[in-house]
Design a protein around this ligand. Sequence first.
Ligand SMILES: Nc1ncnc2c1ncn2[C@@H]1O[C@H](COP(=O)(O)OP(=O)(O)OP(=O)(O)O)[C@@H](O)[C@H]1O
Ligand SMILES: O=P(O)(O)OC[C@H]1O[C@](O)(CO)[C@@H](O)[C@@H]1O
Ligand SMILES: [Mg+2]
Length: 344
Amino acid sequence: MRIGVLCSGGDSPGMNAAIRGATLRGVDVHGFEMVGFVDGWRGFHEGETVELDRPAVRGLSGQGGVFIGTSRVPPFDGGPGEADLTDFRARFADYGLDAFMLIGGNGTQRVSSILHDSGIPVVGLPKTIDNDLDGTDYTFGFDTAVSIATEAIDRLRTTGDSHRRCMVLEVMGRDAGWIALHAGMAGGAQAILVPEFPESIDQVCDWVTSVRDRGRSSLVVVAEGFALAGNGSQVTRDGRDGFGRLRLGGVAESLAPVIEERTGIETRATVLGHVQRGGAPTAFDRVLATRTGIAGADAALHEDWGTMAALRGDRIEMIPFADAVGRLKTVPDDRYAEVRLNFG
Ligand SMILES: Nc1ncnc2c1ncn2[C@@H]1O[C@H](COP(=O)(O)OP(=O)(O)OP(=O)(O)O)[C@@H](O)[C@H]1O
Ligand SMILES: O=P(O)(O)OC[C@H]1O[C@](O)(CO)[C@@H](O)[C@@H]1O
Ligand SMILES: [Mg+2]
């Protein structure tokens, strides 16, 4: 069996470990041929590939990024219509492929599902720092991002306390508040602002003021997709990503002066940005990613197409794409309520 491996969407710490796990199991144990497409669908369109075998994945489990590259280059020119899919199948056949192993988040697994429905054998390996993919408890990369954001909170807190300032930290997550929620809990933030639960500026300022009134300095964590209640909208930057979506970012910088003006407390903003996607994966993410890759290779052996390797409790289970795509896994009411009671 010849399997094409491809990454799509943002990189996520653990992608290298997943490719290593899949290759060691797929090539060495099951006797597959495996080929990686460089920079996601760009490599597929332009014919840039790398053979995956034991030497190619040596020492990769602790390395950040992904050595074959990833991108948001789309798989099809269009919708996809029947003509797009026919062209796609022809290209798939030209590469001599029997199946795809697609590594990505909700967008990528949506593509997996489209390809599977059009008759192409696919297994999916879930990754994303956003942890917004349904059907799986955690995606690899999330734990690393949360650890980095937590360290940032710890560091901002000592300087914020020293100057009696309010510190606002912006983290990633697109339309899901998981990174903010977990890092904020781990770092004991005085307020955590997430896209799922808009709050008014009056409420945010009340929390910051009450923290000052009991002699402390506030650490506010805000997810990049947060919008104020009422007529607030998400803050975006110039430019669009490779899929044509507006880039999120800047909400901390827009909130900080308003908090300062309304409370009289000096307030500073920090945007953590891509630091939270870079560098070595945590041990948890290395193990999760490796097991995910192994499960994907085993699923290919059993021709368990149309499935994604999901973490369920402490087990990796192959679940249908339909259970993973179509809706985002966002922060539920009870998870927000349990932290909100202690804000301020
Ligand atoms: N419905 C769709 N139809 C066709 N292509 C899609 C669709 N959804 C996503 N894609 C393609 O898949 C790519 C990856 O999706 P996306 O950028 O949402 O990242 P992701 O896989 O969700 O990972 P992450 O959220 O971690 O960046 C998109 O950039 C786009 O090229
Ligand atoms: O790397 P880019 O294209 O700036 O994308 C940033 C986006 O990717 C993610 O890191 C992962 O989806 C989001 O949290 C963030 O909004
Ligand atoms: Mg996504």
